[in-house]
Design a protein around this ligand. Structure first.
Ligand code: FAD
Length: 448
C-alpha cells in the first residue's frame, strides 16, 4: 500500500508523519519541487534580518529525522500531472528526467504561490517576491552582499510588516506602501493606526492609500511610480501582497476548486475523488464560526489539515475542526493578534455585531514593566455570543496567550459573559485578578 504526497512543507510533512503513525507499514513517498523538506517559511523574515543567522536553522526537522520516521523524500521532483484513473503521478527532476509513481492514496499539499500584482517591472533585478527559502536567500544576498541601503516594501499585510522590521534590523531605510487606509487590514483601522505609529517610530516611511503601478530601472536604482509621488529610488523592492492557492495541478487532473480557486475539500480533507486528499494553503478551509469554506492560508491550519489528511489516507477517520483565522505577528516592539470575525465580516454573515474597544494593563502597574494593551471585542447583540477579538500591545505583554483565550472561547461557542467567568491565572508580575481579556469582556457587556 503506497501513499504519495505532493509537497513537503507544513501540510505534506504533517500528513506523512501522521499517516506513518496510524499505519507504520504504509509506504509513504513525498515529492517536493524544491530541496527544502519541512522548512519553516514562517521564519524567512528572521533569516533575512540576521536574527536566525543560517537558513538551515529554519528546518522544523532534519532530513534524517524525517527518513527515520519512515518518509521517503524525493527532492527536486516537480509533479506536473496526475492521472486519477490510472492512479499515477508524473514528476520531473531538475535535469528533465521524468519519474512516474503509482499510488493507492494521494495527498496534494502544493501550498500557495505569491500573488504577482499588475505592476510593470516585476521582473527587474532587485525586485523580489517572498515565499520560499530560495527567495529568502536571494533577498538576503541583495541586502547583505550588494549592501542595499534603501528598500521599498509593497504591501502592509503581516509579511510586509515583518519584512519592514527585518530590513530596519539590517539598517536599511525602509518605505512601506499599503493601498488600504491603515496597515494590517486584517485588524480594525484603530489598531492598524497603532501599528503604523510603531513603524514610523522605528523610522519606516509608511504611505497608506497608495498603489504602485510600475517599477523602472534608473541609474540610481529602482524608481516606483504610484498613485502618490515617491521621489527616491530603491536598491531593493519587495512585493508581498498576499498568496493564491497552487491548485493548477489538481485542476488539470479534474479535481474541483472553490473559493479563490482553492481545491475543494470536505472536512475529512477529501477532494471528492476516492483516495485523493488535499491540505494546506492549496485548499479551501472550513471556518468554524461562519460554517462555510473560506480561503485562510496559515501555517497553523496547514499543519492540522495535513494531519487530518494523513490520518484518513492511512485508514483513520478524522475531521478538521475548522479555523477561526487566529493569528499573531510581532512588529518591532508590538505584537498584534486577531481571532474570529471583525464587525464587518460578522454583519455580512448575518450576525448583529457590536465591537467595543478598551485598554487594560497587562499586569499590575506596581510591578515594573507594565504595558497597556488595546483590545477590541466583537460579540452578537442578539445572543451575547463572542464573535471575535483583536489585541495590540507590547510583544512581552502576552498578547498571544490572550488572543488564544479568546480563540478557545470562540472554539467552544462561549458568550462574552462566559469569558468573564473563565478561571484564569494571576500573579502581579504577569497579570491582574481580572485579566485584560475579562476587562474587555466586561466593557462589551456594559455597552451591549
Ligand atoms: C514570510 C512568511 C511568513 C509566514 N508567517 C506565518 C506565521 O507567522 N504564522 C502562520 O500561521 N503562517 C505563516 N505563514 C504562512 C505559512 O507559512 C503557510 O500557511 C504554510 O507554509 C503552508 O504550508 P503548505 O504545506 O500548505 O504549503 P507551502 O509551505 O507553500 O509548501 C508547498 C510545498 O509543495 C511543494 N510543491 C508545490 N508544487 C509542487 C509540485 N508541483 N510538485 C512537487 N512539489 C510541489 C513545494 O516544494 C513545498 O514543499 C507565513 C508565510 C510566509 C511566506
Amino acid at each position: 500500500m503506497r501513499l504519495v504526497i505532493i509537497g513537503g512543507s507544513d501540510a505534506g510533512i504533517s500528513a506523512g508523519l501522521r499517516a506513518r503513525q496510524v499505519n507504520p507499514a504504509l509506504e509513504t513517498v513525498l515529492l517536493l519541487a524544491d530541496a527544502f523538506p519541512n522548512y519553516s517559511i514562517c521564519g524567512l523574515p528572521f533569516y533575512i534580518s540576521g536574527e536566525t543567522p543560517d537558513w538551515r536553522q529554519l528546518a522544523h526537522r532534519g532530513r534524517e529525522e524525517l527518513e527515520a520516521a519512515g518518509l521517503e523524500l524525493l527532492l527536486e521532483h516537480e509533479a506536473r500531472s496526475i492521472d486519477l484513473q490510472a492512479k499515477t503521478v508524473r514528476a520531473y527532476q531538475t535535469d528533465g528526467q521524468p519519474v512516474e509513481l503509482s499510488y493507492d492514496c494521494l495527498v496534494i499539499a502544493t501550498g500557495a504561490e505569491p500573488i504577482r500584482p499588475p505592476i510593470a517591472g516585476l521582473e527587474l533585478e532587485g525586485v523580489h517576491l517572498l515565499h520560499t527559502v530560495e527567495d529568502s536567500i536571494a533577498v538576503r544576498e541583495r541586502v547583505v552582499e550588494r549592501s542595499s541601503s534603501r528598500a521599498l516594501v509593497v504591501g502592509g499585510g503581516y509579511i510586509g510588516l515583518e519584512m519592514a522590521d527585518a530590513l530596519v534590523h539590517r539598517r536599511l531605510k525602509v518605505t512601506l506602501v499599503e493601498q488600504a487606509e491603515t496597515v494590517m487590514p486584517t485588524v480594525d483601522p484603530s489598531l492598524g493606526r497603532l501599528i503604523g505609529q510603531e513603524l514610523r517610530r522605528h523610522g519606516v516611511d509608511v504611505m497608506n492609500e497608495m498603489a504602485i503601478h510600475a517599477l523602472e530601472a534608473t541609474s540610481d536604482g529602482i524608481r516606483a511610480l504610484g498613485s502618490q509621488a515617491l521621489p527616491q529610488s530603491f536598491d531593493l523592492v519587495l512585493v508581498v501582497v498576499g498568496v493564491r492557492p497552487s491548485s493548477r495541478l489538481a485542476q488539470e487532473a479534474g479535481l474541483s476548486t472553490g473559493v479563490r480557486e482553492a481545491i475543494r475539500v470536505n472536512r475529512r480533507m477529501e477532494t471528492g475523488h476516492e483516495g485523493v486528499y488535499a491540505a494546506g494553503d492549496c485548499v479551501e478551509t472550513w471556518h468554524r464560526l461562519l460554517e462555510r469554506s473560506v480561503y485562510l492560508p496559515l501555517g497553523t491550519t496547514a499543519h492540522k489539515q495535513g494531519r487530518v489528511a494523513g490520518e484518513n489516507a492511512a485508514g483513520g477517520c478524522r475531521e478538521f475542526a475548522g479555523s477561526l483565522g487566529t493569528q499573531v505577528v510581532k512588529v518591532f516592539d508590538l505584537a498584534v493578534a486577531r481571532t474570529g470575525l471583525g464587525d464587518m465580516e460578522a454583519a455580512e454573515a448575518g450576525f448583529d455585531p457590536l465591537t467595543v474597544e478598551c485598554q487594560a494593563w497587562d499586569h499590575k502597574v506596581y510591578y515594573p514593566g507594565a504595558h497597556r494593551l488595546t483590545l477590541r471585542v466583537t460579540g452578537d447583540r442578539r445572543t451575547g455570543r463572542l464573535l471575535g477579538a483583536q489585541i495590540v500591545g507590547h510583544h512581552q505583554a502576552q498578547v498571544a496567550k490572550r488572543i488564544d483565550i479568546f480563540a478557545n472561547a470562540l472554539y467552544e461557542g462561549l458568550t462574552v459573559d462566559a469569558v468573564n467567568d473563565l478561571d484564569l491565572s494571576y500573579t502581579p508580575p504577569l497579570g491582574a485578578p481580572w485579566d485584560p481579556v475579562q476587562v474587555a469582556a466586561q466593557e462589551w457587556l456594559l455597552r451591549a
